[in-house]
Design a protein around this ligand. Structure first.
Ligand SMILES: [Zn+2]
Length: 389
């Protein structure tokens, strides 16, 4: 039944899968100046800011390489290959709306996605950094599920007194991901996953990427680019207080993305939504910080998605995970209270310190036949290059 939507004509006539044919009209490109404006002014994918000197370094590189983005670039083509399966869940109207946008992939390990305009034409830009971060956050949670239960009662006392090794490993992995925001290499969480877990991850990652593309489409279609208009919708929050206009528009764009899916797929869409914000939520939990005001807390976005899923699935025995989110909110507030104490906030642990935690845990894991070392010893492939059959 869901397969019916695949009969809709190609929603991306401006993004050919095949290389450009000689004599054909030129493919839309984004000039180096637009790329730079996007890096500097695009709405970031989350409220966690990228270091200014990192941004400057990329602006310099874009200038030096005269980096112009094309909708026919390899990265954009690869992105659409990944989106092909989840796109069958998008309504024909929204596929048509997406076809009116030019989509570009910025091949930098920056964590940005944004909606912009070029000569009156809507455009959407996603960076490979954001794509890889989302993929790796999903891999890291898969890895966490492989950890033996014994690690929950094992403590690395030199590192933390209040956190079992299982939590330390999970946090150290997430903080390694966080270091990526300074463009340090990503841990290779993919290296430890079975083909089956990798296949499961693929559905989750590609769905999350589609959610982000639809979210950016929402900023266009809801007129967020040139107005402060907000719609009277009620959002459930668990850690935030009142919402600013920008924050409300972010939630509206989330809702737009969800509404873009055909009805039977909307419950799945709430999982895509959660996977899209999961990394940022984990970061809030380990840091106790929301470092900006333009996006709502990722915990609130995930909480809202969870409540919507419960509403959609009330005939399907789906229940809201209120207790789970209450625990998350309590954890967030506890970390928030101790965020500035070096011993209590894992966020202050350096990349080398995180690596040390992983290495120490690995000694324990050897007894369970688990070896984490490929995570730091082999480079992580970019998600757009990854093919799972
Ligand atoms: Zn947004």
């Amino acid at each position: 039944m869901l397969g019916q939507a695949s009969a809709v004509m190609d929603p991306f006539p401006h993004t050919p899968i095949t290389p450009q044919v000689a004599g054909a009209p030129p493919m839309p490109t984004l000039s180096v100046n637009h790329v730079i404006r996007g890096i500097q002014q695009g709405r970031l994918a989350s409220s966690v800011p990228v270091d200014l000197d990192v941004l400057d370094a990329y602006v310099e590189r874009a200038l030096a390489e005269k980096l112009a983005l094309s909708t026919a670039s390899t990265e954009t083509r690869q992105l659409f290959e990944h989106l092909e399966a989840p796109l069958t869940f998008v309504s024909p109207q929204r596929r048509a709306a997406l076809a009116d946008c030019d989509v570009f992939v910025l091949p930098f390990p920056l964590c940005v996605s944004y909606a912009h305009e070029l000569a009156g034409r809507p455009l959407i830009v996603l960076s490979t950094g954001l794509i890889d971060l989302i993929a790796n956050a999903i891999f890291a949670s898969q890895l966490q599920s492989l950890l033996p239960q014994a690690l929950e009662t094992y403590y690395l006392l030199q590192a933390r007194h209040d956190m079992p090794a299982s939590d330390l490993v999970a946090n150290a992995l997430f903080l390694q991901l966080h270091a990526f925001r300074g463009c340090a290499p990503l841990p290779n969480c993919q290296a430890l996953l079975s083909p089956q877990l990798l296949r499961q991850s693929q559905d989750a990652i590609d769905g999350a990427l589609l959610f982000i593309v639809l979210h950016e489409l929402g900023h266009h279609r809801l007129g967020h680019l040139d107005s402060d208009r907000i719609r009277p919708l009620r959002y459930r929050l668990i850690v935030g207080d009142a919402l600013s206009i920008d924050q409300q528009q972010e939630l509206e764009a989330d809702q737009f993305a969800l509404d873009s899916l055909i009805e039977p797929a909307q419950a799945i869409g709430t999982f895509w939504h959660q996977n899209a914000v999961n990394f940022f939520m984990q970061l809030e939990l380990v840091s106790g910080q929301l470092s900006g005001t333009d996006h709502p807390a990722a915990i609130d976005r995930a909480f809202h998605a969870d409540a919507l899923r419960a509403q959609m699935g009330k005939d399907l025995d789906v229940h809201p995970r209120r207790a789970f989110f209450d625990t998350l909110a309590a954890r967030y507030r506890a970390t928030q209270r101790h965020a500035h104490e070096p011993d209590n906030a894992l966020i202050h642990t350096s990349r080398a310190g995180c690596l040390d935690i992983l290495k120490q845990s690995n000694r324990v894991l050897a007894d369970f036949g688990i070896d984490l070392s490929p995570v730091w010893e082999t480079p992580a492939p970019g998600w757009l290059d990854t093919r799972v059959s």
